[in-house]
Design a protein around this ligand. Structure first.
Ligand code: 1CP
Length: 328
C-alpha cells in the first residue's frame, strides 16, 4: 500500500513538513518512516521510503517534490541536448544514503522489503512535461515527433532504473517493484512501441537476482496482456478491471497484485470490509495474489479502517463457504 504512512499521525509527526527529498536522504529517518506502516498494520511487506525521482535528483537533474503536487523539473526536457543531462547512475556513490536505508531496514524488519524504481515511460513523462500531467500531451508529441530521441531517453532511464534496483537488492531488498504509474495513458500500440521495450530491459535485467519482480500501473486494463510480456513475475491491476478478468489477460504463470479502490477506504468500515472481501473472492483460491490497493493510500484515510482491511485479508481462507458467501 504505497503511501500508507501518509494516513498515520506518527508519520506526520516524524516526517514534519520539510522537503521529502531531504527526509529520504537521512537513512535513520527514512528507515523509521519505512517501518511505521509495517508496525502499525502488520502488513506482509515493507516498501522503501523513497521516491521514483530520487535517482534523477542524484545524477543532477534539477527536481523538487512540491507538497500537494508532486515532482517538478527545473528545466523540462525538450531537445537532443537534454540527453546529456541523463548520465549513468553510479549507485554506490549517487544513492549511498538510499542504500544505507535499505541496509538498516533489511536488518531490522521482520517482513520482506520491496525496493523500487520508476519505469522509463513514467519518469520520462515527468522530465518532458516538467511535472504531473493529466493528458501527457508533450510526452506523446515528443515520442511521435522524435521517436529516435524518445528511445534514447527511455533507454537511459532504463539503465538508471536497472542500476538502482540491482543495488537495492544487493543492499538487502527482497523484491523489486517497477512503477509505471502513468502507462495507462497510452494506447496499446503506443505502449508496445514506446514504453514496453525499456520496461522489459529493466525487468529482464533484474531476472538473475532471484527476487520477485512486480510491474505496477494504473488504468492499464487494455495493456495487461502487453505488460505480461515485459518480464515481471507479478502484474499490478487497478480497480477498473476485476482480478478474474485480469488473470485471463495476463495469462498463466504470473501473479496479480491489487486491486481495492483507495477511495473505497473512505467509506464506512462495513462497506470497506465488504469490498475487501469481494477482491479476495474475485482473486480466486489459486495462489499468486498479492492483496493491495489499486493505487496509493489517500492521506485522509482512517488508519483504523486500514487495520481492519489487513485483518480481513489475513483471516481470509479461500475455498471455505463462509468466506465465499461473504464475497458474493
Ligand atoms: O511528503 C509527502 O508525504 C508527499 C507524498 C509523497 C510520498 C509519501 C510523495 C510525493 N512521494 C512519497 C514517497 C513515495 N513515492 C514512495 C514511498 C513509499 C510510501 O510512502 O508508501 C513510493 C513507493 C513512491 C513512488 C512514486 N512517486 C510513484 C509511483 C507509485 C504511484 O503511487 O503511482 C509516483 C508516480 C511518484 C511521484 C510522486 N511523488 C509524490 C507525489 C504526490 C507523486 C505523484 C504526483 C503525480 O500525480 O504525478
Amino acid at each position: 500500500m504505497r503511501q500508507a504512512g501518509r494516513s498515520l499521525p506518527e508519520y506526520r509527526r516524524l516526517r514534519g513538513d520539510g522537503d521529502i527529498l531531504e527526509a529520504i536522504a537521512k537513512p535513520e529517518l527514512a528507515a523509521a518512516l519505512t517501518l511505521q506502516p509495517v508496525r502499525r498494520y502488520g502488513v506482509d511487506a515493507a516498501i522503501l521510503f523513497s521516491d521514483i525521482v530520487v535517482p534523477l535528483a542524484a545524477i543532477g537533474v534539477g527536481v523538487k517534490v512540491v507538497a500537494g503536487r508532486g515532482p517538478v523539473i527545473d528545466r523540462p526536457f525538450r531537445a537532443p541536448e537534454d540527453l546529456r543531462r541523463l548520465r549513468p547512475l553510479e549507485p554506490e556513490a549517487d544513492l549511498a544514503h538510499v542504500l544505507e536505508t535499505v541496509r538498516i531496514v533489511a536488518g531490522e524488519c521482520e517482513v520482506p522489503l520491496i525496493g523500487f524504481a520508476g519505469a522509463p515511460f513514467t519518469l520520462a513523462s515527468y522530465l518532458v512535461e516538467g511535472g504531473p500531467s493529466k493528458n501527457f500531451a508533450r510526452t506523446k508529441a515528443l515520442m511521435h515527433a522524435e521517436p529516435e530521441l524518445w528511445h534514447r531517453i527511455v533507454d537511459r532511464l532504463a539503465d538508471i532504473a536497472l542500476a538502482s534496483l540491482r543495488a537495492q537488492v544487493e543492499a538487502g531488498a527482497s523484491a523489486v517493484q517497477l512503477f509505471d504509474s502513468w502507462a495507462g495513458s497510452l494506447s496499446p500500440a503506443d505502449y508496445a512501441a514506446f514504453a514496453l521495450p525499456a520496461s522489459r530491459k529493466v525487468l529482464e535485467g533484474t531476472g538473475d537476482l532471484g527476487v520477485p519482480r512486480i510491474h505496477f500501473g494504473v488504468g492499464t486494463g487494455e495493456l495487461l496482456g502487453l505488460m505480461s510480456e515485459a518480464g515481471a513475475d507479478v502484474v499490478g491491476v487497478d480497480w477498473r478491471v476485476t482480478l478474474h478478468a485480469a488473470r485471463a489477460r495476463i495469462g498463466a504463470g504470473k501473479a496479480v497484485q491489487g486491486n481495492l479502490d483507495p477511495a473505497v477506504c473512505l467509506a464506512p468500515v462495513g462497506v470497506v470490509i465488504e469490498e475487501t472481501t469481494k477482491v479476495l473472492f474475485d482473486a480466486g483460491g489459486a495462489p499468486g495474489h498479492i492483496f493491495n490497493l489499486g493505487h496509493g493510500v489517500l492521506p485522509e484515510t482512517d488508519p483504523g479502517v486500514l487495520a481492519q482491511v489487513v485483518e480481513t485479508v489475513h483471516a481470509w481462507q479461500p475455498g471455505t463457504s463462509a468466506s465465499e458467501e461473504a464475497g458474493r
